[in-house]
Design a protein around this ligand. Structure first.
Ligand code: WTA
Length: 669
């Protein structure tokens, strides 16, 4: 009990100090931006009617949207069955997501429209039309079927950002297999764990990927993962870099060999609304990632609906979401949203500074991009590089900018608007999660008055609140925990294989409200100002990483007895990982060991989880019940000027830790 009390105290304190910061920024952040006449002249939604319709009859509203956005083989009978916390949407309906993304656009005469303008990191390009995408997906779907992959199976996908990645996802959707995409930056161990959890029957990968001119050994990682993933019977390999990779006879197949000679038609499976479309693993408060389940109809509707409205999609939109398909942002807003809506997208394989720091801006100029959607961490990096890079290019095609992944500070929001948006286009800050399937809290750009740094208000049909510890809404102006108060079509359907963890993580805390794990302040106009996570999940450059996951990777190293990981604020990545490590007897802290530990974490999870800073300490400060005092560690990480790597051999830190741990204990008694 004591441990729990302490933990709640810690949560509150973080929220409070974050809040103080947010209020400060708010005070000097009184600017507002109403939709401009120029934007309004073309905007799709300019009034409150959607909000009103959704409030008057929520189920009727979603039924209407489901008929508008989705093509059904068989109409649904029931809009919603809500057996809290388990939802079923559009029960009785039948559809296929790949049909909705491809065939129906081709049938409507849009086969020649470009689906993806692909730009490789090395400068190679491909324009893929809807008709071409459809035949590529059908050929792969036929090939997968020949390998024995069937409706209801799970297929792993571990690929670079190339068109074969959406093709693989859509081919799975076409034959009714659920995909589980693993971000290409994750390690072999991460692939293995996810494949085993999902009992995947196959993996689709590439020989290698390009990353900042270097090579990512995807196939080699898959080989390593497969040594210990007995359910994986087939590996399909796209040739990307062309370098030689070992192929295992009987298990491994070249993608181009498999699809050669396959028919470019493939009858889509008629899927039920609640059939699994995919799982996507995300970090929670424990070391084991959660396989978040999304099903067919509700998810796809919600991705299309939010994409259409938040980005104000027009017939001539050229849309670019700069996320990686390996994260949920890429699933919903590179693949299922834009393709469902028949939009032309840009897809870029590489990093923003390859070969030079103006790569993004040259892409926008080249393709005439009208909508750009990216993460605050990228914007802060561009700010640091300076406005001269975007200034070299004509960015006048842009008419809307979006951000996602972490709180955006007002300075970055303003910089984005001024230097990328030419001081004329709306910036939509969009709050959502892997679990929500699509955007939940965000402006409608033709309706909402924008405030720099705020995600503004819930979308039509969405209920969200800021509540206190008891689950009561705080007064306007107050801060607290973000909850979602009504079921929505894109909501997760649970955690793969673990209903209990689903209840525990999201529903136990506030009963009938979904606990999002984020803190926010709600201002006098009802606008949400997000402050970051209130649990043990860090947000590094917009990527969720759990402290427990990094701790368990550190403790896996033979030199480490115990480890505590906390987030420290970072001007570029939002948060950076700081680790306090206690060594086993016989080991000495050293710069070499720090490098070794960082690499160990990279090997077990992936380079994104490498601690930026590691400190050695003879003891970790703990409560009497044995809980590590994270608040104290956070404080230390936060308030000291720490270099990239510092050792706690600097004993003043150790002394400080001990003194303050004793003080905390005294206070707790
Ligand atoms: C954070 C990414 C503030 C938040 C789509 C959330 C944000 C977590 C925003 C989900 C935003 C995402 N403002 N915070 N606009 N968008 N977050 O699952 O902490 O990778 O809980 O989904 O990112 O991260 P996930």
């Amino acid at each position: 009990m004591r441990g729990n009390q302490f933990r709640q105290g810690a949560v509150k304190e973080v929220a409070m100090s974050e809040r103080a910061r947010t209020i400060d920024t708010l005070l000097d952040e009184r600017r507002t931006f109403a939709p401009s006449p120029e934007f309004l002249s073309k905007a799709r939604v300019t009034d409150q009617s959607l909000f009103e319709a959704a409030a008057a009859d929520p189920e009727g509203f979603w039924a209407e949207q489901a008929k508008k956005y989705v093509s059904w083989y068989k109409p649904f009978d029931t809009v919603l069955e809500w057996d809290l916390p388990f939802a079923k949407w559009f029960v009785g309906g039948e559809l296929n997501v790949s049909y909705n993304c491809l065939d129906r656009h081709v049938e409507a005469g849009k086969g020649e429209k470009v689906a993806y303008h692909f730009e490789g990191e090395q400068g190679d390009t491909r324009a893929i039309t809807y008709a071409e995408l459809l035949s590529a997906v059908c050929r792969l779907a036929n090939a997968l079927k020949k390998l024995g992959i069937k409706r209801g199976d799970r297929v792993g996908i571990y690929m670079p950002m190339i068109p074969e990645l959406p093709m693989a996802m859509l081919a799975c959707a076409r034959i009714g297999a659920a995909h589980s995409v693993v971000f290409g930056g994750f390690s072999a161990e991460a692939v293995r764990d996810r494949m085993n959890d999902a009992a995947a029957v196959a993996i689709i990968t590439a020989d290698e990927g390009w990353r900042r001119g270097g090579l990512v050994p995807l196939k080699r990682n898959v080989d390593e993962a497969c040594e210990d993933s007995p359910t994986v019977k087939n590996v399909v390999v796209v040739r990307r870099t062309g370098n030689e990779v070992p192929m295992t006879e009987g298990r491994d197949h070249w993608y181009h060999d498999l699809v050669e000679g396959e028919s470019d038609t493939c009858e889509p499976e008629h899927m039920e609304s609640e059939d699994l479309l995919f799982t996507l693993y995300t970090s929670g408060t424990t070391a084991k990632p959660k396989g978040i389940k999304h099903t067919t109809a509700g998810y796809h509707l919600y991705a299309m609906f939010t994409h259409d409205l938040v980005f104000d999609i027009q017939p001539d939109t050229v849309y670019w979401c700069a996320a990686d398909v390996g994260w949920v942002t890429g699933h919903s807003y590179i693949v299922y949203g834009p393709l469902g809506n028949g939009v032309t997208s840009v897809m870029y394989e590489g990093t923003p500074d390859f070969p030079a720091k103006d790569r993004w801006w040259s892409i926008i100029e080249k393709y005439g991009v009208t909508v750009l959607y990216c993460a605050p961490t990228a914007i802060r990096t561009f700010m640091k590089w300076g406005p001269e890079f975007p200034q070299k290019h004509d960015l006048s095609s842009l008419r809307l900018l979006g951000t996602v992944g972490e709180p955006i500070n007002p300075e970055a929001w303003m910089w984005y608007r001024e230097h990328i948006g030419g001081d004329r286009v709306p910036v939509v800050d969009t709050w959502w999660q892997t679990e929500t399937g699509g955007i939940m809290i965000a402006p409608l750009p033709g309706v909402t008055v924008l405030k720099p740094g705020s995600a503004t208000k819930p979308l039509p049909g969405i209920g969200a609140a800021v509540v206190d510890e008891a689950g009561n809404q705080v007064a306007l102006g107050g801060g607290g925990y973000v909850t979602l108060t009504k079921p929505w079509p894109g909501m997760l359907r649970g955690i793969w294989g673990d209903d209990e963890r689903y209840r525990e993580t999201y529903w136990n805390r506030f009963g009938t409200q979904y606990f999002a794990g984020d803190g926010a302040r709600i201002d006098e106009d009802g606008y949400f100002w997000f402050m970051g996570r209130v649990d043990d999940v860090m947000n590094v450059a917009g990527h969720r990483i759990s402290t427990a996951e990094v701790e368990s990777a550190l403790v896996d190293h033979p030199a480490v007895a115990e480890a505590a990981v906390v987030a420290k604020s970072d001007p570029e990545t939002g948060q950076a990982i700081s680790a306090f490590v206690t060594l086993r007897a016989g080991y000495e802290g050293s710069t070499e060991l720090i490098a070794e530990l960082r690499n160990h974490v990279a090997k077990l999870i992936g380079p994104i989880a490498k601690p930026k800073w590691i400190a050695f300490t003879p003891d970790l400060p703990k409560t009497r019940s044995g809980k590590i005092m994270r608040r104290l560690l956070r404080d230390i990480a936060e308030n000291r000027k720490l270099g990239d790597t510092t050792t706690l051999a600097d004993s003043s830190i150790v002394a400080d830790l001990q003194r303050r741990a004793t003080e905390e204990e005294a206070k707790e008694q």
